[in-house]
Design a protein around this ligand. Structure first.
Ligand code: ADP
Length: 301
């Protein structure tokens, strides 16, 4: 059985319910969302999540929710005295905006114990992390995580990375772009989104994004681009997959995260890359037509 490990932060989510002033509690976060879709749609993959939580009741609730979605939590670290991060969704005239309380979250310390990290990674074949995973860590933790991933790659494991550029999580854009390229340098599969890459790396087209990540060391690069065609590159062989058009988009949260789950599943099952990308577009297409990050989609053909 293929063993998948995602590393990052899952947060408590408060989303407005139908009654004004009432909020519904959920749990989400970029790398967690990918793990959730993978576990839900490809039960033949052993999915594990690596993060740190606190020792309070909310942390325990999150742990139970992660387990209930079919994800292994045996490597989740516990940090006494901290809690999980939180975000709240605000609806203003139908527009969603997000407020975050994650500055002191336990997940910020997820790379503090190099042995815990190494043992989680040792039990996986495919390891997935993101630019947000890197952003929440201090310099030393980031270096520790990158080192563990680098050794894992040398040991023959596959590393997958979504740059997920979030400038507000970094002290400045230069620090962000530098760390992102360090993440890319330990990765076999890089899954960027063109709009963000163009803005922060000045890529003139998706080809330039693919070139940059290929040069950084990835053998597979897939450049998402919203409703525009997805560019895929495997060892220099490039293709473009048009995104099936949609007329009614409800909420684009987790479009990229679900896309990544389907692409990684395709690679796990050794599908041709173009086929995996098409399936990823179909899954993301279902997800943007539903509300929230975790849309209860059905298994794809
Ligand atoms: P991210 O969520 O990481 O910013 P993108 O916005 O590039 O990622 O979207 C990821 C995938 O979601 C796209 O490749 C596409 O398959 C699907 N998607 C996103 N926006 C749309 C859209 N407007 N119409 C159809 N599909 C979309």
């Amino acid at each position: 059985m293929m063993r998948f490990l995602a590393i990052g932060e899952c947060m408590a989510e408060l989303a407005p319910s139908a009654t004004p002033g009432d909020y519904r509690l959920g749990f989400a976060g970029d790398t967690f969302n990918t793990a959730w879709y993978l576990a839900r749609l490809w039960p033949e993959v052993a999915v594990s999540y690596f993060t740190a939580i606190g020792s309070d009741a909310m942390s325990t609730q999150m742990l139970v929710a992660i387990q209930a979605s079919g994800i292994d939590t045996s490597h989740v670290q516990k940090v006494p005295g901290r809690s999980v991060g939180l975000y709240l969704i605000c609806l203003t005239n139908g527009e969603r905006s997000f407020s975050y309380w994650r500055g002191q979250s336990a997940a910020r310390l997820l790379a503090d114990d190099p042995e815990a990290l190494a043992s989680a990674v040792a039990g996986a074949d495919l390891i997935y992390f993101s630019g947000i995973t890197l952003a929440i860590l201090e310099e030393a933790g980031r270096a520790r995580l990158l080192n563990v991933l680098k050794s894992a790659r040398t040991a023959g494991k596959t590393i997958a990375f979504d740059p997920n550029l979030r400038p507000h999580l970094w002290s400045d854009p230069a620090q962000m772009t530098k760390a992102i390229m360090q993440g890319a340098a330990v990765s076999d599969i890089t899954l960027p989104s063109f709009e963000d890459e163009a803005r922060w790396f000045q890529d003139k087209d998706p080809e330039a994004t693919a070139d940059r990540y290929t040069k950084a060391g990835a053998s597979t690069v897939i450049v998402k681009n919203g409703p525009d065609p997805v560019l895929h590159d495997q060892a220099g062989a490039r293709g473009r997959i048009p995104v099936p058009p949609l007329t009614h988009i409800v909420d684009t949260t987790a479009a990229g995260d679900s896309f990544n789950a389907a692409v990684l599943a395709g690679l796990i099952f050794q599908k041709p890359l173009g086929e995996a990308v098409l399936q990823a577009c179909q899954l993301a297409g279902q997800v943007v037509q539903g509300k929230g990050a975790l849309v209860p989609v059905e298994r794809l053909p």
